[in-house]
Design a binder for this molecule. Structure first.
Ligand code: SAM
Length: 354
């Protein structure tokens, strides 16, 4: 028996037989996986169908199986999950979870829903801040035995304000292969929608919940020449915006809420306008990201007169030391801190300390 080969070449019988057997196996595997996905609701079946072409395009005559695991045995794979819209789950992420021996997840109840939506039956193990020290060595042991371990968090990309950093660190220390199935993350989604400079940005995670510690941290970030990105809880938005305004001045900013979900909203404006809006409005619902433009992008930057600078300094000096006031106004205006400090000393009546 001979079999046609792309390009018209004819293969030796034994090779052809092997190839035929391999392709049949591959086709069967593909069909089982496809059917497994199609058993879900029509929406889910559609999702499965939609993801077929990308997998098919990975197929080569050599490997035959378009969905053969691309993960080597004993790999830790960090898998991103949607931040609100289930359709943002990638085909590769689904494959990684199917191919894994175990899925390490923050909350098994949350991940169970996702796995069930995709008919993925891989066992789960809880991995969160309260049990990480005990479970991490067990996961490392599984990896050393050649099992594929997938790491997910409740939503978005693991390690980004979520557990996982120490597991990845431990795997690297043990020379265990680590890879990622990238996908959604609220910080990048918010950044690209904010209208703020995206060439340089600093993700600062969650700010401290208490005012004084929060303001200290904002002050430490005030001269960073990049867009600042913060995760925040909706019940703190008014206080956080007020603190950002008091330390950074009226820089351009954005509040991104419920990204990728039905009530997605991005509110843009300077910090004073946003702070006033949320002060007057009801507490926003859902999840939020706050973004603030770099120093020197404030409303009046570049056009500030000496009088404007002095008036900003007077305001800052009312509640801050000379040093702090200078940092605040320098951050707000983008002017060199040294120049502002000199003006602040002058205002305080001791210009010789410069
Ligand atoms: N690992 C996640 C990621 O990659 O974005 C973040 C997890 S962190 C525990 C949760 C925070 O992310 C929320 O408090 C919120 O600030 C932000 N967040 C997550 N999903 C969001 C969404 N759909 N819209 C806006 N912010 C979101």
């Amino acid at each position: 028996m001979a079999c046609g080969w792309p390009g018209g070449a004819v293969q030796p019988e034994s090779w052809a037989a092997i190839t035929t057997a391999d392709s049949a196996k591959a086709a069967l595997t593909n069909r089982i996986r496809k059917e497994c996905r199609a058993m879900r609701s029509p929406g889910e079946a559609k999702r499965a169908e939609r993801s077929e072409p990308s997998r098919a395009s990975k197929s080569t005559p050599e490997d035959g199986d378009a969905r053969k695991s691309t993960l080597s045995p004993g790999t830790l794979v960090v898998v991103s999950t949607p931040i609100g819209n289930l359709d943002d789950f990638t085909g590769r992420a689904v494959d990684c979870l199917i191919d894994a021996a175990v899925v390490a997840c923050e909350d098994t109840r949350v991940t169970a829903k996702l796995l069930s939506a995709y008919s993925i039956h891989t066992p789960m193990v809880a991995y969160h801040e309260h049990n990480a020290a005990r479970v991490r060595p067990q996961l490392i042991e599984r990896l050393k035995q050649g099992q594929i371990v997938a790491l997910v968090s409740d939503a978005g990309t693991p390690l980004i304000s979520d557990p996982g950093y120490k597991l990845v660190e431990a795997a690297i220390a043990e020379n265990i292969p680590v890879t990622a199935a990238p996908g959604a993350s609220a910080l990048l989604t918010a950044l690209v929608l904010s209208g703020l400079p995206s060439d340089k940005f600093l993700f600062a995670g969650f700010l401290p919940p208490k005012g004084p510690a929060r303001r200290t941290e904002i002050r430490a970030l005030s001269s960073v020449p990049a867009t600042l990105i913060f995760y925040e809880a909706p019940q703190r938005i008014t206080k956080v915006l007020a603190d950002l305004l008091s330390v950074l001045g009226p820089r351009p900013a954005a509040v991104a809420r419920e990204l990728t979900k039905r009530f997605e909203e991005v509110r843009r404006g300077t910090l004073d306008i946003l702070a006033a809006h949320y002060e007057a409005a009801d507490q926003p619902k859902g999840e939020i990201v706050i973004l603030v433009g770099p120093p020197g992008t404030g409303r009046d930057s570049g056009q500030m007169t000496d009088r404007d600078i002095d008036s900003a300094l007077e305001k800052a000096l009312a509640t801050n030391s000379v040093r702090e006031a200078a940092s605040i106004v320098a951050a707000e205006t983008g002017l060199p801190r040294r120049t502002v400090y000199a003006r602040a000393l002058k205002l305080r009546g001791n210009p010789d300390e410069v």
